[in-house]
Design a binder for this molecule. Structure first.
Ligand SMILES: C[S@@+](CC[C@H](N)C(=O)[O-])C[C@H]1O[C@@H](n2cnc3c(N)ncnc32)[C@H](O)[C@@H]1O
Length: 260
């Protein structure tokens, strides 16, 4: 695996969170069914079931998927996002402060409102999320204590989207990183994961990022061996329309697992 410092240097050189948002999630994106519609539909269903509630919710490895925090706003009092890159944390702050040039999630908020039956209340719902005062923090999940200094007690719910497969150089490292992440989660708390299956790469603008190719059987085994009880495990094929030049993932896996 490239070292964390060389990964940071590469991402900071080639990478703009807003451009990435527009390519993968924006209104003109060929990918938005897989990055906006389907994950929001799944999250709305899960949060509306009332099973996932608590005080604190954290999305780790968040570049730009701000809209996927919307379903958690009513279920959790505190929302945190953590990433190793300053540019990603800055992009989140820019959105939160409504600064010019910030990521525009309005089309995804509209989808969320349609799913929730909120009609035209997009701006209101986006502001509701802003008022949660999302706390941004630096973390490195390759470290045994990913949040150092340890500024936070374990959270009630952890959310990872396309993370472990992109952080792990090989199948031996994957469970180690999951164990590191698991220290941030309270016992009895829930891990939500969206995982690309059979994915070998994705594009960050002109830069090709290698992904560890995993299947659902591998993820199931790792979760079980790392101390999680799987509560929901669904494979959703990717939409035919989106571009294979952006990534070769065949499908996404949606998981809810409880830390024992
Ligand atoms: C492929 S993206 C995953 C998609 C992501 N959930 C999003 O919102 O775009 C990988 C994310 O993980 C972050 N990341 C990479 N290595 C990391 C590490 N060692 N610790 C924490 N975050 C890391 C990257 O900065 C990036 O935001």
């Amino acid at each position: 695996m490239a070292s964390v410092s060389s990964m940071i240097a590469t991402y900071e050189k080639y990478f703009n969170p807003k451009t990435k948002y527009d390519i993968f999630c924006g209104p003109g994106s060929s990918f938005k069914e897989d990055t906006v519609q389907k994950p929001l539909k799944w999250l709305v269903k899960i949060f509306n079931s009332g099973k996932l509630k608590g005080d604190s919710f954290m999305q780790i490895g968040m570049t730009y998927l701000i809209h996927l925090l919307l379903p958690a706003t009513k279920a959790f009092n505190e929302i945190f996002v953590a990433d190793v890159l300053d540019i990603n944390l800055q992009a989140g702050r820019k959105w939160q402060e409504k600064e010019p040039g910030a990521i525009d999630i309005s089309s995804a908020v509209k989808v969320f409102c349609e799913l929730e039956g909120h009609g035209e209340k997009g701006i209101e719902k986006e502001d509701e999320l802003r008022r949660k005062n999302i706390q941004q923090m630096k973390c490195d999940i390759t470290a045994k204590d990913p949040l150092l200094p340890k500024i936070l007690p374990p959270v009630d719910c952890l959310f990872l989207v396309h993370c472990l497969e992109t952080f792990s150089p090989d199948k031996e490292t994957y469970p180690k990183l999951l164990k590191n992440i698991s220290t941030l989660l309270e016992s009895g708390g829930n891990l939500l994961m969206i995982v690309w299956l059979n994915c070998t790469f994705f594009m960050v603008e002109s830069f090709k990022v290698t992904s560890l190719c995993v299947d659902d059987g591998f993820v199931r085994k790792v979760l079980t061996e790392t101390g999680f009880v799987i509560e929901e495990f669904t494979v959703v094929p990717r939409s035919e329309k989106n571009l294979y030049s952006l990534t070769d993932a065949s499908s996404a896996l949606y998981v809810v697992a409880k830390k024992v």
